[in-house]
Unconditional design. Structure first.
Length: 198
């Protein structure tokens, strides 16, 4: 069956063929199994989360979908898998997704800033001396306004590189500002007491 809505519906119909109240044990409910897990929960079916089989088991009996499915079913029947997966449709899931975007933008901004400083250090003397004394914000603004002209000299290449990096930093700054504003709203809705403590 395909891992899409129609495939999930086929699976649910198939499962009802075995009884009136089927239960499901799903591996990877926070990533690859998330779509299936949400479809099952939306249909009102019981779902538990199972861990991946440990490595020694995989080495002994191999890795394939049938073996994994049997291991998941056995864990569910034995009661060793009893964790109810997150629904993935509430504020917590929204916050989690926005935090992924925020963390990525932060990491890329830091990398771009480090590259900008590295280029300034190795730039031709006239440009380096002009930019080295500037603070971060002034440096980014100044580099974003550089004009390189035709790239025929190391100076022109340095100007173009600095301009590209500076504009990337500005774009990431705006991305972070927008994402943090959304995160502020959502976290204030979800846990105002905690937010008001800081």
């Amino acid at each position: 069956m395909d891992a899409n809505r129609s495939g999930y519906q086929k699976l649910i119909r198939w499962a009802y063929g075995f009884g009136s109240c089927p239960g499901f044990a799903v591996e990877g409910t926070g990533c690859y199994g998330a779509g299936l897990c949400r479809a099952l929960q939306t249909a009102g079916l019981a779902v538990v989360e199972v861990n991946r089989p440990d490595r020694s088991t995989r080495r002994r009996i191999g890795k394939d979908d049938t073996i994994d499915a049997e291991a998941a079913a056995r864990a569910c029947i034995a009661g060793t898998a009893s964790v109810i997966p997150k629904a993935g449709d509430a504020l917590v899931e929204m916050i989690r997704m926005l935090k992924v975007a925020k963390d990525s933008a932060t990491a890329n901004r830091t990398a771009a800033l480090n590259q900008l400083h590295a280029i300034v250090v190795t730039a031709p003397a006239a440009l380096r001396e002009r930019l080295q004394r500037l603070k971060r914000k002034e440096l980014v603004e100044s580099c974003a306004g550089l004009r390189s002209g035709e790239i025929t000299t190391p100076l022109a290449a340095a100007k173009m590189t600095l301009r590209t990096l500076a504009r990337r930093i500005q774009q990431l700054d705006q991305e972070l500002k927008d994402t943090v504003a959304q995160l502020d709203q959502l976290t204030m809705q979800l846990c105002p007491e905690l937010r008001n403590t800081y």
